[in-house]
Write a protein that binds this ligand. Structure first.
Ligand SMILES: [Zn+2]
Length: 488
């Protein structure tokens, strides 16, 4: 048996003012042909696909795999380039039995508000109706019926932080083999809810309970998969939000009934998903009142993992104005300031204007006179269970000292997944009272075990919990909590 593997992954925040071009993809992953096999041993979707294929002695032909950090809309030219790269190798491939693709589900380009549906249409046109297409998606997919109609089976993360991406990759190849052998006839039902939710970890709270219903459903041997897709709310498209996708082995009625039942249960819980996070100032106050350290404060409103600028200054400003003595913060994206530090050198004291440069939503630039404590190349491997082993390159990275806060500045934007960037610059977070960072939920996989408490703070931003600050001009349906809606 032989499978083709590939991927195009982007989570698009259409409210962001920086469009996504080919250079943005090349900055993160741009693997052609054999280069895709660099994912061997990495705990991500493609890493799982490779491991399973090798275990089952399935031949792999790698096509093209690319990923850009979440950011603004994908330009039309970039959309065309991505599809050309995937299709070029697909058209050259011969004698394959199935294709397994890693996609996201919340990609939007100037050509298509359903990037994944469009990619699947293009791929289906090449491979024909008889070749199984197996797809992995992110938990934040805004699912469409088009994706479901074009794929043979879609498997998504159950966990947020997405620590199960590797396992989803393993499962994708396992089911591909069963479909090819004729022992599995996947039958999917997609249930879309008129609901958007803020980022909700599955480690606790209502999202964890929903997962338990899905796991209960999966106890039925005819139910292959039951996935609660949270959707990605920071996008101005016609249809978005929460959905449930249930896949059975050739039982359409069971798929529909199960998806509807889980959908109803989520709907009953809708108010529990609405969180009222603290302001940065309130968060710091609570952290100081807490006995024990470190207290991790995550700035959810500027989570670069949701396509925000990563140079927002609200939390950092509050930290530097609070007379803290042992606090650290990672990180502000500001390549200009990082370069300024390199030119001045370690041990210098320099005047900087930090962050707040991409737009006017995430706080003003901060005028500071800082001491340059350390400089590093920004390269390390992830240690978090989510993508462990993945190489990260944040470019020139600097540690400043200012008003009792150790501040890290990097040259590429990213959310903080684990404490590797702190360690690279000589910071042991366990010795600090307050650790500030930019992320919504993924950081939990890397920080829960070493923090005494976690406090989420929110302020204006492109990934705020306050949905009323977005103008959903393209929306064609009503959504809770924006509107009064009924769901039956
Ligand atoms: Zn996600």
């Amino acid at each position: 048996m032989k499978i083709l593997i590939g991927g195009v992954v982007h989570e698009t925040n259409t409210f962001a003012n920086v469009k996504t071009d080919v250079a943005a993809f090349k900055q993160w992953e741009w693997s052609r042909g054999e280069e895709v096999m660099q994912n061997r041993g990495v705990r991500n979707y493609i890493g799982g696909m490779i491991a399973q294929a090798e275990k089952l002695s399935i031949e792999i032909e790698p096509l093209f795999s690319t990923f850009a950090y979440p950011s603004g809309i994908i330009t039309a030219k970039t959309h065309d380039t991505l599809i050309d790269h995937l299709l070029k190798r697909l058209k050259q491939a011969e004698d394959y039995d199935a294709i397994v693709l890693s996609l996201h589900g919340a990609g939007v380009s100037e050509r298509s508000e359903d990037l994944e549906g469009t990619i699947l249409q293009e791929v289906r046109d090449v491979v024909g109706v008889d070749v199984p297409i197996v797809v992995t998606l992110d938990l934040h997919a805004n699912m469409t019926q088009k994706m479901v109609d074009l794929a043979d089976i879609i498997l998504g993360n159950h966990l947020y932080p997405h620590t199960d991406s590797y396992e989803i990759g393993l499962e994708a190849v396992e089911v591909a083999q069963k479909i090819v052998e004729g022992t599995l006839k996947p039958t999917m039902h997609l249930e879309m809810l008129p609901l958007i939710i803020p980022t909700s970890t599955t480690n606790m709270g209502p999202a964890k309970e929903v997962n338990e219903w899905c796991y209960d459903a999966e106890e039925n041997k005819d139910i292959i998969d039951c996935t609660f897709y949270h959707g990605f709310p920071y996008t101005n498209i016609s249809r978005l939000g929460v959905s449930v996708l249930v896949t059975t082995n050739n039982d359409a009625k069971l798929a529909q009934e199960t998806a509807e039942a889980v959908g109803q249960s989520i709907w009953q819980k809708r108010e529990q998903f609405l969180q009222k996070p603290l302001s940065p100032k309130e968060g710091i106050k609570q952290a100081l009142a807490h006995d024990g350290k470190p207290v991790v404060i995550n700035e959810t409103s500027d989570n670069p993992g949701a396509g925000t600028p990563g140079d927002g200054t609200y939390l950092l400003k509050a930290m530097t104005e609070n007379h803290l003595t042992d606090a650290c913060y990672a990180f502000i994206y500001d390549p200009e300031v990082a370069q300024q530090a390199v030119e001045a050198g370690i041990g210098a004291t320099i005047d900087i204007k930090l962050g707040g440069k991409t737009d006017h939503l995430h706080g003003e630039p901060l005028d500071m006179t800082v001491y340059v404590k350390a400089i590093a190349d920004g390269i390390f491997k992830k240690s978090t269970p989510m993508g462990r082993g993945e190489k990260v390159d944040l470019g020139t990275s600097v540690r400043f000292l200012y008003n009792g806060v150790d501040i890290i500045v990097c040259s590429k934007k990213s959310q903080v997944f684990d404490d590797e960037i702190f360690k690279l610059l000589g910071i042991d977070v366990r010795k600090y009272k307050i650790v500030g960072l930019k992320s919504s939920q993924h950081f939990r996989a890397g920080f829960e075990h070493l923090s005494s408490k976690i406090i989420t703070v929110d302020s204006p931003g492109l990934s705020t919990f306050d949905f009323t600050t977005f103008d959903f001009t393209n929306l064609k349906t009503k959504l809770y909590p924006l509107n009064d809606v009924t769901y039956e």
